[in-house]
Write a protein that binds this ligand. Structure first.
Ligand code: SAM
Length: 334
């Protein structure tokens, strides 16, 4: 039986393990214009069948999750900025009652030209993915010689006072140089560079085996140089952040292979095709799209989400080399 309105408001979205979800990661496209070696090394192969959520579907979906206590939405993909209606999607997300944080993860393509418009539309937080500050390495990793432009865009976003973070996938090759260069970059920048352990997907096994590096390499590098972990607050996500008195910026580490990583899971995901994905490394998903039409009672969407939540697994099985049915991150939205 579903809980009544009062109970829903009290408990919000809580799973069988007592984890509470106020954070939705919403993919708005599977299309990406980069060719990252661990995700889409051959580029996005167009799927003529693919119909991604429309602006109106996004509006209803976000309103539904907001009604269940979600306060933060992150738009992701694919590359969300390839959608021409992105400003309208940002605005629709920001307008949903109860949503206080509108975040987005982007590869930073033409960021400097667009960031003012996105902010005006309602964007409050921005993560930009940059795996290396070396121009040649960046070009090799992504297939695009775009690093200087992207870094200018990041500086513009910092000037606009958006909550800006940089995400870097932790790669074995050149790790010492990569982290050292990021440290210098952070000396005078009030932002956080978060290393994310490379995750195995069905399509990236070779790259994973060559490039995966355990997060302990980051921890060791930082602690040997006087960086110290920041105390964690209950609302913090999975990143452990490190600060240093001589640096304005911080480092973060997201280590999905670490024991108990999933205990702090605080997010739900919806794919660009409108499926609720309870775990990035799970299988399938719960169809929501049939409930996003104009004439559908919004209560049905809430009920389906609430009914699905008890089936959320305690954790993924990445340590056993099991990636669920995730072929590549761009399919679900990393
Ligand atoms: N296109 C956007 C971007 O580049 O930020 C958003 C989508 S992208 C899939 C989101 C993040 O997932 C990026 O930081 C990317 O580097 C990361 N990512 C992709 N595949 C990954 C993998 N196998 N392991 C860890 N991170 C991965």
């Amino acid at each position: 039986m579903n809980p009544g309105k009062a109970e829903r408001e009290r408990d919000g979205l809580t799973d069988s393990f007592g984890r509470r979800f106020r954070y939705l990661r919403l993919s708005i496209t599977e299309v990406c214009n980069f060719r990252c070696i661990y995700c889409l090394p051959n580029g996005y192969g167009r799927d003529p069948q693919a119909q991604f959520l429309s602006l109106e579907e996004v509006r209803r979906l976000v309103a539904g999750f907001a009604g269940l206590g979600v306060t933060k939405v992150r738009l992701t993909g694919g590359e969300p900025s390839v959608r021409p209606d992105l400003p309208a999607i940002l605005a629709a997300t920001a307008e949903a009652p109860g949503i206080t944080r509108v975040a987005m993860t982007t590869n930073g393509w033409r960021l400097g030209d667009r960031i003012d418009q996105w902010r005006e539309a309602g964007l409050t937080h921005l993560n930009v993915s940059v795996d290396s500050l070396d121009r040649e390495t960046f070009t090799w990793l992504t297939g695009h010689d775009r690093l200087p432009d992207i870094l200018d865009g990041i500086d513009r976003a910092i000037d606009l006072d958006l909550g800006v973070k940089v995400n870097a996938v932790l790669l074995r090759d050149g790790f010492g140089t990569t982290i050292g260069t990021f440290a210098e970059w952070l000396r005078g920048r009030p932002t956080t560079v978060r290393f994310i352990e490379l995750m195995r997907t069905l399509d990236n096994v070779d790259v994973f085996e060559r490039q995966h590096l355990d997060g302990s390499a980051v921890r060791t590098w930082l602690t040997e140089r006087g960086w110290t972990p920041e105390p964690r607050r209950p609302e913090d996500g999975p990143a452990v952040e490190y600060s240093h008195p001589d640096y304005l910026g911080r480092f973060g580490l997201i280590a999905p292979y670490a024991e108990h990583f999933c205990d702090g899971c605080n997010r739900l995901r919806v794919t660009a095709r409108g499926k609720l994905r309870l775990c990035l490394f799970g299988e399938g998903g719960v169809e929501l799209r049939d409930l996003l039409g104009e004439s559908v009672d919004p209560g049905l969407l809430e009920t389906r989400i609430l009914d699905a939540l008890p089936t959320k697994a305690r954790g993924h099985s990445l340590m056993m080399a099991q990636s669920g049915d995730l072929r590549r991150m761009a399919d679900v939205g990393g």
